[in-house]
Every structure is written in structure tokens, then in C-alpha cells.
Ligand binder design. Structure first.
Ligand SMILES: Cc1cc2nc3c(=O)[nH]c(=O)nc-3n(C[C@H](O)[C@H](O)[C@H](O)COP(=O)(O)O)c2cc1C
Length: 410
């Protein structure tokens, strides 16, 4: 029988890294064979966003074109995390999408929030890209359907409707969490809100350069250590400090991009984050709303299959290599008929393909007609498991690394 890595927990600094690796392997195996079913959560903190509490500090990152819908979001919420439905291209599978895309998006979002509410009593968030041309409409649906929290990314959420601001009649309003990639963007948002609304957002997600999908960095910044998540985190925390004082509230910081194990979660919590947002790992779960072919593309991919593309919406994006992308690089141009321009920044007349259609094809399993977005760690995914097992594994790793940390500190 293999021995538990709990043996010899007192380790030197030099041996710590390999001890953590042993723990990751052991925890994963133990959960898979049912050796461990649950564990007291003694160390892992809750995530508190104002009066909204999530039992574990894990937010499932929103994944567009139907990859995170009510199925995944409710499964994560049932395990105590924040489950997130993404709105980008959510109406793509509605029958009238081509004729009536705004209505199709609104209808699909409303339905997914209602379905999620039927499946969980946990915390449900909605991810809305500021760059979407129907951003305000989707925000309104999220409010009408009483989402617990909205995550606003891909652009700066400066101008917001009054309905997002607290009012005297209702104590609890939806929590608003911008997704940023720098201290500068954080400052712009907080300054603008402070001056114009006498109010500031409830938390911040920092999305670093290892994330999947569209990235808020220039290509050349992606491998520059000055833009690493570990570097941006303390910078954002110091931007937020004065706002926490003047608005008399704590503003938790959630980090995203490359967070893969319980040890990673622990590292960021120790460095001042209150939570993590993870997307790549949740793709390889039974409950993820994408097709099995999409999930298998994650299991199959190798490190050098993860590439940076120039998305037609004017941002770099991280994706898994595909024949479709190769053909685009070779200069193939697909004729696009776009009746509605879903992203404000998409120059569809000169774009070589429609990214929304390509991502939707991949989500449905037609990978030859598109490609999958994925985080830099997607090559580490080797199996598809349940959300429950994934979260158990992460929590066990967290607890074990915390235990090592405690021994090292004493
Ligand atoms: C397939 C996929 C789709 C994504 N779609 C969106 C999206 O619609 N909106 C958004 O703000 N972020 C999107 N993201 C980014 C994630 O929400 C998340 O912040 C990021 O991927 C975290 O890094 P990780 O994948 O390494 O965990 C997407 C990521 C992936 C992998």
C-alpha cells in the first residue's frame, strides 16, 4: 500500500515543493478511489462579499457560448462555491438567434438562471462582458432574475445603471465584481465609481496572463514576470486600501488564471487574496455544459498545443491548437454574414472568421469547424471527474498544504 504523504510532514524549505507534488498526487488518487470522502474544513476560509457568503473561496469562472450554464453553475454552487453562468453568446442555440439575437440572448439567460435556481440554493453569479453589444440588456435580466452577483469583464464597467446601486428600499442588491488585469484598471473603475456614484464595487477579480479565453494583456506582456498574477495582486490590494477605508467596507480580491491545485489556492490566500476563480479545471467535469468532445480536447492536449491567437475582437486569446486555426493562420478567410455584431470591438468586415460561431461549434463538439479556448494549465487535465470530486480534491490539497505550512511555521 502506498504511504500517506502525511508521514514526515515536518520538511525543510527545499523539500517543500516535492512534498506538495506528492500531496497533489495522493489527494487526487485518494478522492478517486473513495479513500477520502469529506474532510473537516478547518483551514479554508469562506469568501465574504458584503453580506453574501460562499462556503468555500472558489468561484467558477464564467465560460461563454454555453460552456458554463445552469448545469455547471448549480453543481459548483451545491458544493459551496460560486457557480457562474456566462452570458457571451448564450442565445446561440436558440432557434431565432440569427433573426433576433438580443431577444434570444435574454430569453436563454433568463431560462438558465431559473434552471440554476431550481437545482441549487447556493450562490449563483452571472458573467457579462462589458464589450457585448447587449451588455446592459443582459445586466437587466441578471437583476430581474435576482442573481446574487455579477462579474463584469472584457472592458471597464464605468457607466452603470442606477439599479446596480444600493437603495433605501432594498437592503440587499446584487453584488458587482469587475474583472481586471491591472492595478491601473482597478484604479480607473474605483475612481470613477467613487466620484460619480459615491459607491464602489463589492469585490474585484484579477485575471492574470495564464487564464483561458480573451486576455487583458498585450501579447508581449504574457510571459513578462512584471505582469504575473503574483505581481499584480499586491498592486491591486494597495489600490483598494484607501477605498476600503473611505467607504468603510472590505473589498475582497479574487485571483484567476492558472490556479490549478489546492496548493495554488493556499498560496494566493496566503498572499492576501480572499478567493480564486477557476475555469479550466471545471471544463473537465461531468457537469460542464460543453460537449464530451470539447472536454476530451482538454484531456488530449499537450503543453505545446496551447497557443495564443489574435482574436478578431482585437485581443489576444489562449486556445487549443486546431486545424481550423492553422487554416486561418495560412490566410484562409471565411465569409462572415453578421447581422448583429455581438461584440462592440469586433471588426467583422475584415475578420477572417466569426469567433462566436467558431467557439460555439467547438462547444457543440464540432472541433474541426472551430476551436476551444483554454487556460495555460489545460495540458495538466488528464481525466473528467465530477464537480464534487474536483472540489473535494482541491480542499484536501489545501488542508494538507496548510498543515505542512503550520509545521514549517512552528
Ligand atoms: C473555455 C473558456 C471560456 C471563457 N469564457 C469567458 C467569458 O465568457 N467571459 C469571461 O469573462 N471570461 C471567460 N473565460 C475566462 C475564465 O472565466 C477564467 O477567468 C480564466 O480562464 C481562469 O483561468 P483558468 O482557466 O486557468 O482557471 C473563459 C475561459 C475559458 C477556459
Amino acid at each position: 500500500m502506498e504511504s500517506s504523504p502525511f508521514a514526515g510532514l515536518v520538511v525543510s524549505d527545499g523539500a517543500r515543493e516535492s512534498k506538495i507534488n506528492d500531496i497533489e498526487k495522493w489527494a487526487k488518487q485518494s478522492v478517486l478511489v473513495g479513500r477520502i470522502q469529506c474532510m473537516d474544513l478547518r483551514q479554508i476560509p469562506k469568501l465574504q462579499i458584503g453580506d453574501l457568503e460562499s462556503n468555500i473561496p472558489i468561484v467558477q469562472g464564467g465560460m461563454g457560448v454555453g460552456i458554463s450554464l445552469s448545469g455547471l453553475a448549480s453543481a459548483v454552487a451545491n458544493e459551496g462555491g460560486i457557480g457562474v453562468i456566462s452570458t457571451a453568446g448564450i442565445g446561440m442555440l436558440e432557434p431565432d438567434f440569427n433573426r433576433n439575437f438580443k431577444e434570444a440572448n435574454k430569453r436563454a439567460l433568463r431560462r438558465e438562471i431559473k434552471k440554476a435556481r431550481e437545482m441549487t440554493e447556493g450562490v449563483i453569479g452571472i458573467n457579462i462582458m462589458v464589450a457585448l453589444s447587449d451588455y446592459y440588456d443582459l445586466l437587466q435580466v441578471a437583476l430581474d432574475e435576482s442573481a446574487d452577483v455579477v462579474f463584469l469583464g472584457a472592458g471597464l464597467p464605468l457607466k452603470i445603471p442606477n439599479t446596480l446601486l444600493p437603495n433605501r428600499s432594498s437592503k440587499t442588491v446584487v453584488k458587482v465584481v469587475p474583472i481586471v488585469s491591472s492595478a491601473r484598471a482597478t484604479k480607473l473603475i474605483f475612481q470613477y465609481w467613487g466620484r460619480n456614484y459615491n459607491h464602489v464595487p463589492d469585490a474585484v477579480v484579477i485575471e492574470g496572463p495564464l487564464a483561458g479565453g480573451h486576455l487583458g494583456f498585450k501579447k508581449e506582456q504574457l510571459n513578462n514576470p512584471d505582469y504575473a498574477l503574483e505581481k499584480i495582486l499586491p498592486e491591486v490590494i494597495s489600490v483598494l486600501k484607501p477605498y476600503e477605508e473611505s467607504f468603510n467596507k472590505s473589498i475582497p480580491v479574487i485571483v484567476a488564471g492558472g490556479v490549478y491545485t489546492g496548493a495554488d489556492i493556499r498560496k494566493f490566500i496566503q498572499s492576501g487574496a480572499q478567493g480564486v476563480q477557476m475555469a479550466t479545471r471545471f471544463v473537465a467535469t461531468h457537469e460542464c455544459d460543453a460537449s464530451i468532445q470539447f472536454k476530451e480536447a482538454y484531456v488530449r492536449c499537450k503543453e505545446d498545443d496551447l497557443i495564443i491567437i489574435d482574436s478578431p475582437v482585437g485581443l489576444p486569446g489562449r486556445a487549443i491548437k486546431s486545424r481550423f486555426l492553422e487554416k486561418i493562420t495560412e490566410g484562409t478567410k471565411k465569409l462572415i454574414k453578421c447581422p448583429w455584431k455581438c461584440l462592440k470591438t469586433c471588426d467583422f468586415k475584415s475578420a477572417p472568421y466569426c469567433i462566436c460561431a467558431a467557439l460555439t461549434n467547438a462547444k457543440k463538439g464540432q472541433l474541426e469547424k472551430g476551436f476551444a479556448f483554454a487556460g495555460a494549465n489545460a495540458y495538466r487535465v488528464d481525466t473528467i471527474i465530477s464537480v464534487k470530486k474536483l472540489i473535494e480534491t482541491l480542499l484536501i490539497e489545501y488542508e494538507m498544504v496548510a498543515a505542512i505550512g503550520a509545521r514549517l511555521e512552528t
